[in-house]
Design a protein around this ligand. Structure first.
Ligand code: SF4
Length: 325
């Protein structure tokens, strides 16, 4: 099985949950860290707006997901694995998953909270029945995760890719969720190095009107203009297309901030206060854009966890490229 880790490293696979950490390196860390017990967690929290690839996998390829988890259990001689699903996915897919799992030591766990549960340390806290907030890192879960034991946390799509690597069938592809002002929204499996422009053309989703896109996720994703579509897709693989004529930037910013206002845990001041202040600032008749940018900077630099850090990117890019302030 050590051989599998080499194959994963050679494939260049990076985690599909958003952070893009090299998967082989993570597996190697769990493998090499001593521990009486080890755990495997398949993260199907998928709480970000406009991302639907894990649901698509659960619908179409549940056997591949379980095959990837099984490989991890065997590689680490792990005690147990968990499939961590949001409420909707749990209700829709857990019965079918149980039929595939059979006697394997895999438990399906229903996420108790919202978006933040997708963050790996919050996810572990929730499995331990603790308050839903992130832990300090380091130590990373690969060293001290569930029950303080070495724990592998990978996204469902990552396990799906590992199963393909083990069979020698991995084609350097990833899943893209396309939505917004397009003709053919959906989830598409295409090469991971394709530029956004090519993906939109190939899926017959190139818009007729003047547009911009949000790439990565429907809340945390960065805004790109039509001139920037030679870039690759980052984050969780979402592409949201916005028709410029139909989209009010103010309404869009409000939508993102309402989401972060609802989903932040309140643990740290920069995020808790920063999101609140941004919502207040954007309600003003005369918006102080310099102050908005300063609050974004504080959120990005001083927030405790990735949720707070991710508030700034969509706002700053929209302000700079669409509102042009
Ligand atoms: S950044 Fe936001 S979500 Fe993360 S710990 Fe701070 S308040 Fe909680």
């Amino acid at each position: 099985m050590a051989d599998l880790i080499e194959k994963i490293k050679d494939s260049g696979l990076t985690g599909r949950g958003g952070a893009g950490f090299p998967t082989g390196k993570k597996w190697e860390a769990v493998k090499s860290t001593p521990g009486k017990k080890k755990f495997v967690i398949a993260n199907g929290s998928e709480g970000e707006p406009a991302v639907g690839k894990d649901g698509w996998l659960l619908e179409n390829y549940p056997e591949e997901i379980i095959a990837g988890i099984r490989l991890a259990l065997e590689t680490f001689k792990a005690q147990k694995a968990f499939i961590y699903l949001n409420k909707n996915y749990f209700e829709k897919y857990s019965e079918n998953l149980k039929k595939i799992i059979r006697e394997l030591p895999i438990e399906i766990f229903r996420e108790p909270g919202g978006y933040l549960c997708g963050e790996e340390t919050t996810l572990i806290e929730s499995l331990e029945n603790k308050r839903l907030e992130p832990r300090n890192k380091p130590p990373y879960p690969t060293e001290a995760g569930l029950e303080n034991c070495p724990t592998l946390v990978n996204n469902l799509e990552t396990f799906y890719a590992v199963a393909q690597i083990a069979k020698g069938e991995y084609k350097q592809e990833r899943l893209y969720t396309i939505s917004g002002d397009v003709s053919h929204p959906g989830v598409f499996e295409l090469p991971e190095n394709w530029p956004i422009e090519k993906i939109l053309h190939k899926t017959l989703n190139w818009p007729i009107e003047d547009f911009f896109v949000q790439v990565g996720g429907g809340a945390s994703g960065v805004i790109l203009t039509m001139e920037e579509l030679e870039n690759k897709v980052t984050g969780s693989g979402a592409i949201v297309v916005y028709d410029r004529k139909k989209t009010d930037p103010g309404t869009l910013m409000k939508k993102w901030l309402d989401f972060y206002f609802q989903e932040n845990c309140g643990k740290c001041v920069p995020c808790r206060e920063g999101v609140y202040r941004l919502r207040e600032l954007l309600k003003q008749e005369e918006i102080n854009w310099e102050l908005v940018k300063e609050v974004c900077l504080v959120l990005r630099e001083a927030s405790f966890c990735p949720l707070g850090k991710s508030v700034a990117a969509p706002l700053e890019s929209l302000i700079m490229k669409v509102i042009k302030r």
